[in-house]
Structure formats: C-alpha cells, structure tokens
Ligand binder design. Structure first.
Ligand SMILES: C[S@@+](CC[C@H](N)C(=O)[O-])C[C@H]1O[C@@H](n2cnc3c(N)ncnc32)[C@H](O)[C@@H]1O
Length: 323
C-alpha cells in the first residue's frame, strides 16, 4: 500500500539520503574497500559489487513500498541504523539514472528470489548464487533448518572481501552456506562446485545477477552449459545487457554513462545479448522452458501504481530458463 504522499516522500528521502551518505561506518568500509583494492594488484574485489550493494541498501531506506526487502542490506555495508550521523558525503545521488538503476537492481533480486521460492515449492533444495557479490540471501534465508543449502560462487578476491565484511558486521555465516571461490574466466563452474562438495546429481536453482555483462562469451556459455547439464527441473535466472546499438537515444545516454562508470572501476561491459536470439542459444545449450522478461513486464509486475513513479530502465532483460 502507498501510504506516503509524493512531497512528504521526497522530503523523507532527502533526510534519509543525507543520513545514509554520511554514515561513518559506511564511509570507513568504503575506505577499507579501496585500501584493500590498492594494496596489491592481485587482490581485486569487485567494485561493482560494492556499488550494487550500496544501491540495494539505498532502496531499503529511500523507496516506499520496497520491491525487495533485505534486512541485511545496510548491515553488510557497516550501517546499523538510521540514527547515524548526517553529513554531506556525496556517495549516492538521486538522479533519474540512479533511480532506475536502483529499481532495476531491486527488481532483479526480487524476481530471482520469487523464482527461488517456486523452485523450493517444486522440491529443489540447492540454491547456487553465481557472482554473489554482497548478496545477503544466504544469511537471511526464510527456509528453516537445513531445508535449503546455498552455495555462493564468486571471484576469490570478492568472496574473501565479502567474508571479511560479514565478520565485521557480526553477521553469522549459517551452516547451510558453502562458499565456492571460482573465476569464471579461468576455471569451470563444475570444477569449483565439485570442490565445494556440490552434488551435481540433484536438482538446483541458480541465480546470476549483474555478472554476464562483465564476462567474455566463452565464460558465459561454459557456465550455462554446465547449468543445462544439471538434472531436469534445475533452472537459472540471470540478467543480461542488450546491445547499446539497439537502444533509443535516452536509454543510450543512460548506457553510456553507466558504461563509463563501470569501465572506470576496472570492470568494463564486455558482453551483450539480443533478446530475439538468446532463446535459441539457450535451447542449443540444452535448456527447455525459456522465458525472457523485459523491463515492461518487470514494471507491470513490481512497480504498478507507485506514487513515486519508480521504474526499471531499459538496458537489461532477465532470462529464466529451466532444464
Ligand atoms: C555487479 S556485481 C553483482 C553482484 C551480485 N550478484 C549482486 O547482484 O549484488 C558483479 C559480480 O560478478 C563477479 N564477477 C565478475 N567477474 C567474475 C569472474 N571472472 N569470476 C567470478 N565472478 C566474477 C564479481 O566478483 C561480482 O561479485
């Protein structure tokens, strides 16, 4: 239900943004991140993982109602509560691009967890979070006991950094979570998962959010081929960027700005897909049920009737495929 009127909402947003940008522990964690990154050329945790997590945290405090409810989104960044210090540190801006990015990140996580829920209802008991970044699902899983085992796969440097943030934030690592460090460019997902004790003979649900644009084509197809080789009923949700050449002028400007930012962070976009040909590729890789979810569908599903007009942008689609 939308209980806040537009002007009240934007005043509230401004206040919270001011608080959020200024949180001392958040600033300290950002510093730690950059010190860690600079300390050696070899250890390079993903800066885009930090940026995405920051926007997910911002969604918790700026957007009402929330599309994606993540009670650990602030804590993992070292931000405890809204009574922290206000300041003028300019970490997050409220621009049209920033709003659509925030909406897109919230929507893709919500969609993946909605689909995970259906998978669990179908009896699936393994969830593999590929390129997990600072995703917190494993630490706030709503499934009791040992019902759902979670495997987090990520680049070793990012995973080590995430584990240090969890420790600093005193977020316990549940027994149901297994970390599996893998560089998709240099090792197969199968090898990494087997090393972590993953049973490839049992159905699993995979999510792969915000990762394919940063990988080469061969790393993406190798990973998808492995998922497609899993037992029938297994599935994956991932997002992909559509080719900038097919974007209209407004979306193209948004793309250029975003592409510039991620390239400056050392993580340039590398791979795009065409929504009209990706289903054929997915079928060729061995997937059966294939669904492409475009921004209009996401907006209709999660953002209909909002007073604040929050909506996802048109740079990416979601793919939902089952073996
Ligand atoms: C934009 S972040 C998304 C993180 C997370 N999925 C989320 O939505 O918050 C990109 C993620 O892809 C991972 N990644 C990028 N290249 C990778 C590679 N070659 N191997 C493994 N992970 C990679 C990064 O470590 C990072 O966690």
């Amino acid at each position: 239900m939308l209980a806040v009127n537009a002007s009240k909402f934007s005043n509230m947003s401004r206040g919270i943004t001011k608080w959020y940008k200024g949180s001392t522990r958040f600033r300290r964690n950002c510093r730690t991140f950059h010190q860690w990154r600079e300390s050696t050329k070899e250890n390079r945790p993903s800066e885009t993982a930090l940026r995405v997590a920051t926007r997910r945290a911002a969604h918790q405090v700026l957007d009402d109602p929330k599309v994606f409810d993540d009670p650990l989104a602030l804590r993992i960044l070292g931000v405890e509560n809204a009574s922290a210090l206000p300041s003028d540190h300019g970490w997050l801006e409220e621009t049209p691009l920033s709003r659509t990015l925030r909406a897109s990140l919230a929507a893709r996580s919500r969609y993946a967890e909605d689909e995970l829920h259906f998978a669990v209802e179908r009896g699936i008991r393994r969830y593999v979070v590929l390129g997990a970044g600072l995703d917190t699902f494993a630490c706030r899983s709503p499934y009791p006991g040992e019902i759902l085992r979670v495997f987090e796969v990520d680049h070793p440097d990012t995973q080590a950094w995430k584990r240090s943030l969890l420790e600093k934030a005193s977020i316990p690592i549940p027994r149901t979570l297994t970390f599996s460090p893998v560089d998709f460019e240099t090792e197969t997902l199968e090898k990494g998962l087997l090393r972590a004790g993953f049973d490839t003979g049992r159905r699993a649900f995979f999510s792969w959010l915000g990762v394919t644009p940063y990988l080469t084509g061969p790393a993406i197809t190798s990973t998808l081929r492995f998922v497609a080789s899993m037992p029938a009923g297994s599935g994956i949700v991932f997002d992909y960027m559509i080719s900038p050449s097919s974007l209209g002028p407004t979306a193209r400007r948004a793309y250029d700005s975003l592409a510039h930012r991620v390239a400056s962070a050392g993580e340039p976009f590398k791979t795009f897909f065409d929504p009209s040909s990706l289903p054929t590729l997915m079928r060729d890789l061995g997937f059966g049920r294939i669904e492409d979810i475009d921004p209009e569908e996401l907006n209709a599903r999660y953002f209909r009737g909002r007073i604040d007009k929050l909506r996802v942008g048109s740079l990416a689609h979601l793919m939902n495929a089952q073996v």
